[in-house]
Structures are given as C-alpha cells and as structure tokens.
Design a protein around this ligand. Structure first.
Ligand code: CU
Length: 725
C-alpha cells in the first residue's frame, strides 16, 4: 500500500513515466528498510508520508485529521470531527487540503466544515503531508504545506481471477465519552471494472478530562457514505466517486454556536491516460453543502438559527511530459469556484433578531483560475532539481447584505453574547456602508518553487528549497461586515470567544520560505534514519488582526474581550523539526522492534513584535512498536511544553506542559483483527494548547469567571474489531 502513487494506481511508474519529485521521495522513503509502512512518517524537506490503513494498524473511524497528529501536523480544536490542521505555525485555509484531489472550502463563518471533516478516518487510503515548500503542481492558494488524503484506490480482479469480491466490517468503542464507530465496505470487481461502497458512522457523547469532569459540548455524530466506480483500460483509468455526508449535530465547545446539521453531496470524476507524449491527468469535482448552526444540547443552550449554503466546483488538467531521460515537464491548468450564501433567519418574537433575516454573505463568489509549469531536471546521479512557476487569478465578489432590522435599536439576546447597550443599530449603518461600495476584488498571484536534492551516497540525502506562495483572503475575511457585537462574535474560526470584522480591501498574503531537510541513514544490522529540517518563512501582508474595541460577552461587566478586524501585517515563522527512526531488534524470538521519534519547535511572530495565535509549543513524540507474529504492540509518549508565548491581541490563554502515554495491542486471527488501546494511560489532566477557550463551560458555570482554556481528553479504553471478507 505504501508504494502506491499519489493517485493510488498500482503501477504508477509504468503508467505515469518518471514520478514527480515528491512522489519519488515518498517511494524512496517507503523503500527504506527502517521505515516500512511506518507511522510517524518521514520527512523529506517538503514531505512526510504516512499510510493510515496499512494492514495491521488498528481500524479507525471519526475525524481523519486525528491521523495526522504528532506527525508534523498540530490540530486546532473545533468539533469532534472538524479539527483544523496547523503545519509549522500556519493553519486552516493557509494549508492546501486535497481530498481525492478536490478542494473543499469551509462554508461556515466558524469553519465548522473544513475539508478534512468530509472524509471519515476509515476511508483514508493514503495520507501525504508536505510541509512548507510544496511543488507548484500541488499547491496554489495556500502559504503553508499541502495535505493530500486519498480514499482507497479501486481494486480490480487479477487476470483470470474472475469476479473479485472483497469487504470489511469494523466496529470500535471508546470508553471516554461512550464513543462508538462502525465502518463497512464492500466491493465487486472484474479485471476492467470495480464497484465499491464505503460507509461509516461515528458518534460520541462529550468526553471527560483527566479529573473525570465532562468537557461540555464536545459531543457529535457523523455519517459518511461513498460509492466508487472504477473502469480501466490498458493505458487509462476512470474513477467516479459519489459521496454523501450527514452530521446531524456536533458541539463546538469553543464557539458561541453549535452545528445542528451538515449535509453534503459530492461528485469526483478522475480520468488519467497514457499518451504517446506522456500522461494526461484530469479531474472534475463538485460538492454542495447545507450547513446549519443553532443549539441542540443542554450543555450549551440558546436560540439562533443560521443557515449556510456552499458549493465548490472545479477541474484540474495536468500533463506530464518526459522530454528526456533527465528532464520531465509538468503543465497544468486549474479552476476552482466557490459560492456561498449565509443567512440568519429572523426569530419570531425577538426584538433584536428580526423582523427581517440577517444576510451575512449574499451570493458570495470566489473563483480561481490557475496555470502552472514545473520542470524536474536530474543533472547526473547525485542531483535532482525542481523549478516551478504558478500564476493564479482570484476573483471575489458578493451581493448586498441586510441586518435583522435596519432601523431599530439593538437589544440583548439569548445566544451567549452581549450586544452592547441599546443604541443606534451599528449593523444597519454597517450594511448601508457595505452596500454602497464596490466589493469586487481581483488578485493576481504568483507562486514560485525551487528545490534541489543532493544525494552524495546511499547514506545521505540533503534537500534545499525556496518557495514564494500566495493565498487570497477568504470570503469571511473580506466580506464579514456586521459591526454590532453579536454579529461580530458569530464570525471567527479561532475558538477564542472574540469578535471579528472583515475588510474588503485585504490583500493576499505572500509567504517566502527557505527550508532544508538533511537526512542521514545507516543500513547494517540496525537500520536507522535521522532527518533534521530547519525552516524560516517571512509573510508579507499576513492576514492578522487589528484591535478595534472591546466588548463584554453576555453583558458580563467583569469580562472584557477584544473586537478585532482582519488586517494585513508582516509576520515571520521559523523552527526546526527532527525525525529519528531506528530498528531496535529483529529476531525470531522478539520479532521486530522499531523506534520512531519526532520533535518540533516553531515560533510565529508579528514583524512589529508580539507572538502569533495558535503556535504549537515545543513537542516531542516517541513511539516503540513491536511486531511479533500475529501481534503488534505499541507504546507512545507525547510531550508538549508549556505554552508561554501567547497572542496578546486575542487574549490567548497560557497552558501548562503535559505528557500523554498511549499503549495499544493488535492481534490478527485469520480474517479478524482485534485491537485494544488505552489513550492517555496516566489520565493526565491538561489544557489543549491549541484548544482556544471553552465558551460552553463558561456558560455552564454562570458566566461569572473568565474564559478558561479547553481541557483535553482523559484516559480512554478503546476496543476495536475488524473482519475482512
Ligand atoms: Cu457553522
């Protein structure tokens, strides 16, 4: 499995000609004797690759983002299946997330439905994470790394095999939060066709922290279905996927609102073909989502409906041309359009939320057209170089908006935020100003990547690179217009309880990254590998915030929180990552033992001084894994330092250091795999450094105190069983 290409076809070399550089790195890594199909993945300069579903790994359901944790990707807490990824200090929209090659936009003012939330962990066939310097063919509209998740590639029957049937059933239970998950897949295939169904359901009550206290409003339920049809010829393959998601409820402890519905349908058509001159790879994708916010649990109550409709539509044409033995050219063209409507229906009988609907985003559009070219040149056996240029035109616009009530006074309301004193409605004034001006913006973005890999001998692989990458503001950053406190607290995906205002005139953020990745490895009786990756990024016009005032949440006079407006400011990020793998033993008696280690340190600062929000503190991950016959055992230690550098503008909380110990065992008996795992074995009580603040706890405790950080999950005993047929 680990040897599959990005697109999952079993023979990428034969079909696709020379592999693109990142793929080549991935293949090299997987071929390394130390790594096998290992987890904490292995970095090259721009690359960590993990294979989430290698045989022998425990089954998983739920949030696919969890598969990335401790592998160079940190997670910003949101709902139970909606965590947002952070790579080297750059988060969320700054990271290119491709699910089966498609781009999905968060259609929610709180980014409750990010791309990763649409793929259940059980459906993840391959994960590829590239940090920082990504080839332009895999980037665009992002300044951080790229995360590519692919569902399993279609399986076909072998020659003369006849009809091939396959399938699996998996069930899991997690003691903490009484969580459970089920996943099923079934496939039928001939030599030239393949049809498969995948389904999963995952749910949990709110989890408990190390003290045994319930962490309010962390409950959820999610259901995913997918149907995949594959057709292949001698030199071509067509894969059509239809997927459907239904999340009936998902609590967001660190937001004022909860998700009370997220229904989406998606279609993904992928066609690739070998031609005389090279390879053609095309994709067409569409996704529509109906997203609804409100309240569903007595763990956080209120009345306020919010409806969002989003639609992504895009295509990608890519050609790979092996021009010469040592030169490969890749040319591509992409389109991605996103449209968004965000409306907050009037509440009958509410003086403030009526008499009309609040129109937050009306017919918002964000369309991207991109062209790129990339050349991979191998001057001799020791060097590989890659140079790429990408141009992108981003067009954004939105229609007229409306407040609940264009004239009347604003009064307090019952959703958890204070609206300030009764006075002239600031939203009405803001809507008039917003509607009066031209809102169309066109950005011309230029990305550039230069990479070189030097392999002086079999034991050393050193990589160096530079990238210029650009991200245009998202629709909420540009077009959130409400200036009333309540409206402003509805916007923001930071989990910080603050209030946000957009700015139509925001410029795209442009990152300049320098990075290196130095790898040493040894074969011999105890193969090992060590990689050191330093990096530095300077971002001009980073989309940060400017304070424009304060407010008192829910009219609590003792609690002051900032009102912030999105604003361009320069910022810098720098840090170091260290990856170590080593085989500890390999013999008949004790099987094979592997050691895997990762350490990461990141700093993120405003150019004018001050630390940026949600920067993961120094963290260390160590795992020892033993495979012995049908048994696999693993022991993991995750240590995270205290968070003492915090964003003063957002009143970010400090968190203490914490240590988590996980232990697990898996046993394979014929077609049945049983797993038993204990996470947070020591039942450590800790606050999540990227968890934001718990609005739910603050509400439940009577709103008398300050906002407190969100606690992490206490000990949990997880049982799983998987049956393959
Ligand atoms: Cu939402």
């Amino acid at each position: 499995m680990a040897n599959r290409g990005r697109h999952g076809i079993d023979t990428p070399k034969a079909m696709a000609g020379p592999a693109p550089l990142p793929l080549a790195i991935a293949l090299a890594l997987c071929a390394s004797p130390v790594l096998g199909q290992s987890l904490p993945g292995k970095p090259a300069m721009e690359q960590v690759i993990v294979s989430a579903h290698a045989d022998g790994r425990p089954p998983a359901t739920g949030d696919a983002a969890q598969l990335l944790q401790g592998k160079g990707v940190a997670l910003q807490s949101a709902g139970g299946v909606s965590a947002l990824p952070v790579i080297r200090g750059l988060n969320d929209d700054r990271i290119k997330v491709l699910v089966d090659g498609a781009t999905t936009t968060s259609a929610c003012a709180n980014h409750m439905n990010p791309a990763l939330s649409y793929l259940d962990a059980s459906r993840v066939g391959a994960v590829e994470v590239m940090a920082g310097i990504t080839p332009v063919s895999l980037g665009g509209d992002s300044i951080g790394g790229t995360i590519a998740l692919d569902s399993p590639a279609p399986l076909y029957a072998g020659a003369g095999e006849g009809l091939r049937q396959s399938g699996a059933l998996a069930a899991l239970s997690r003691s903490n939060g009484h969580g459970s998950g089920i996943a099923a897949n079934a496939g039928l295939a001939g030599e030239r066709w393949s049809l498969a169904y995948d389904g999963a359901r995952d749910e949990s009550e709110s989890y408990r922290d190390g003290n045994g206290d319930k962490v309010l409003d962390t409950l959820y339920r999610a259901e995913n279905h997918a149907l995949t049809l594959g057709l292949r010829g001698d030199a071509e393959e067509l894969v059509v996927k239809f997927s459907h998601q239904d999340i009936p409820y998902q609590g967001f402890a660190n937001q004022y609102m909860d998700m009370v519905g997220n229904r989406s349908d998606a279609l993904n058509i992928h066609y690739r073909r070998d031609l005389a001159w090279g390879e053609l790879d095309t994709r067409l994708y569409w996704q529509g989502v109906d997203h609804e916010m409100g309240f569903f649990s007595d763990e956080k109550t209120g009345v306020m409906p919010m409806l969002t409709e989003g639609e992504d539509l895009g295509y990608h044409l890519a050609a790979t041309l092996p021009l010469a033995e040592d030169l490969t050219l890749r040319l591509g063209h992409e389109y991605h359009g996103f449209s968004l409507d965000d409306r907050w229906p009037a509440v009958r009988g509410s003086a403030m939320m009526g008499p009309g609907d609040y129109i937050n985003i009306n017919d918002g559009e964000r369309d991207r057209l991109a062209l790129y070219g990339e050349a991979e040149y191998r001057p001799g056996s020791r060097w590989t170089t890659l140079a790429g240029l990408r141009y992108e035109r981003v067009h954004s616009d939105t229609g007229d908006v409306a407040p609940y009530n264009s004239g009347a006074a604003a009064m307090g309301m019952n959703t958890g935020m204070n609206t300030g004193m009764a006075m002239a409605n600031p939203d009405a004034e803001a809507a008039r100003a917003f509607n009066a001006r031209d809102r169309e913006q066109i950005d011309h973005n230029l990305d550039l990547t230069l990479l070189a890999r030097f392999e002086p001998d079999a034991n050393r692989r050193h990589e160096f690179g530079f990238a210029r990458k650009t991200r245009s503001p998202n629709l909420y950053e540009r077009y959130s217009w409400g200036r009333g406190t309540m409206a402003m607290t509805m916007v923001g995906w930071f989990g910080d309880g603050n209030a946000y205002l957009g700015d139509i005139d925001l410029k795209p953020e442009v990152a300049h990254t320098l990075g290196a990745s130095l790898t040493w490895q040894g074969a011999g009786p105890r193969p090992w590998q060590l990689t050191l990756s330093p990096y530095a990024t300077y971002v001009t016009d980073y989309i940060d915030v400017n304070p424009i005032g304060t407010f008192n949440p829910r009219n609590v006079a003792t609690l002051n929180r900032p009102k912030l407006q999105f604003a361009n400011r320069d910022a810098r990020f720098y840090g170091l990552e260290l990856f170590v793998d080593r085989e500890l033993w390999n013999n008949g008696r004790w099987g094979r033992g592997l050691f895997k280690g990762f350490a990461g340190h990141t700093r993120g600062e405003r150019a004018g001084g001050g630390d940026l929000y949600h920067i993961q503190p120094l963290n260390l991950h160590i795992a020892v894994e033993q495979t012995l016959g049908a048994w696999t055992h693993n022991l993991e230690l995750h240590w995270t330092d205290a968070k003492t550098r915090v964003d003063a503008l957002r009143a970010e909380p400090r968190t203490a250091s914490h240590t988590l110990l996980n232990a697990g065992t898996a046993y394979q008996w014929r077609r049945v795999q049983l797993t038993l795992a204990v996470t947070n074995l020591l039942n450590e009580q800790y606050d999540l450094p990227l968890g934001g603040v718990s609005i739910a706890a603050w509400r439940a405790e009577g709103t008398s105190g300050p906002f407190e950080p969100l606690p992490g999950r206490g000990r949990s005993l997880d049982l799983g069983v998987r049956y393959r047929f």
